[in-house]
Design a protein around this ligand. Sequence first.
Ligand code: PLP
Length: 493
Amino acid sequence: MFYKSTRNADPATATAAEVIKQGLANDGGLFVPDTVPSITLEEINALRGESYPVRAATVLSKFLTDYTYEELLADCSEAYAETSFVGGAAPLVNIHDGFESLELWHGPTAAFKDMALQIMPRLLSRALVKTGEKRTALILVATSGDTGKAALEGYKDVSGIKIMVFYPIDGVSRVQKLQMATQTGSNVNVCAIRGNFDDAQSGVKEIFGDAEMAKALDEKGYFFSSANSINWGRLAPQIVYYVSAYCDLINAGKCKLGDSFNVCVPTGNFGNIFAAYLAKQMGLPIGHMVCASNANNILTDFLHTGTYDRNRDFYLTMSPSMDILISSNLERLLYFTAGSEKTAAYMDALKKNGAYTVDAEILAEIRKNFSGYFTSEEETAATIRDTYNRYGYLADTHTAVAIHAAEEYVRESGDLRPMVIDSTASPYKFANDVYCAVANEDAQDELAALDALSEKTGTAIPYPLAGIATRRVNFEQVIDRTEMANAVLDYIG
Ligand SMILES: *Cc1c(COP(=O)(O)O)cnc(C)c1O
């Protein structure tokens, strides 16, 4: 199987290893496979008795055809080991009749980014060998918190790769800072910047675009690479858990082989829900896909009107991983629905005017599969409280956005097929807001909220966050934004 750009009609010629190494296509588009491979009900049936790593290697081998099944199984077995994903990689937990929570946060940073970032570095490491790359990849990340930690955990001790993460000293929470400062691994570096997230981000962008830096790196046997969420190596692993969820739905007697089920996804960059769409294109019996947003409801508006318009207010919410105005992976859906020529024109309009409108037939086609709903801050808190009080299920803020959206969809459509809700973070990752919703009072501070939530609900703090205040601090460097390039050169020595 070969890959091509979403923005032109040139034939697909890139291998999976090449696109994982390269990230973005040369014309600025995203890489997509030239065909969508299929999965049959017989194959799904055979996966019902298999572990998550086997399910993952089976699905990935259909897309990454230049990787052998043995390579993929070895990588998936390490990435999704039970010591890393405690309680299973993607367990399906009943919330109440018809609603199932697909918990994607049992990994080393207690959030769903681990599902992709635990496997993608291993795929990149093999891609370097497959493409004959002799140099070491240096991953640079600017983070506002969660992605940096998930990337550090994913890349640590992976061969052929080093990673350096920059975060704004005053722009991340105390828990996030501790998570990064206590990072372990022989190929990692973490550095705080005096400034805000934009300073860290623009600093990294400047380094990426600096030809002299690239030359200096090359002389030392390195090249820059990114852990960007539009990389195909982050998207493909997300298809797996929809297949896995269906196996588990059948195993739990919630539906029969061949019956369809719906999914509801708390959406930011549109990567997670696009993976569901690809699973459906493969033949997985997914019915409808509910796209859940918070107060930043640009996708809800798009799915109602066909107009994507980023000229609007931006809100900081209690579900910060969905505070996004540009959902990059929507481009992949546009490509599959409208083709490369129109996609290129829409992306051009987005860049120039901050907005585009798709043709009526294209919107109608998209709406056959997707509906958009958004959840306000008050509704999010009320959903956390009600879901806990009524069903004993403790949801984080992002998951609560999705639960509320799924309830609205069912009320409006009367569609009673099993609903799989993607649960994207541990409630402890957002312990302050979750505790406040459940207990109706604020915790003393963020660290105290972890214990308070555990005491109040009788649930355990997940291992990535337990005892965080007493771990050894390995990284204390704080620098000015202007010193970032030097810090990179110092690191590679
Ligand atoms: C990244 C993230 C999301 C959004 O996922 P996308 O693939 O960007 O749509 C939702 N919830 C959490 C907790 C996340 O970290």
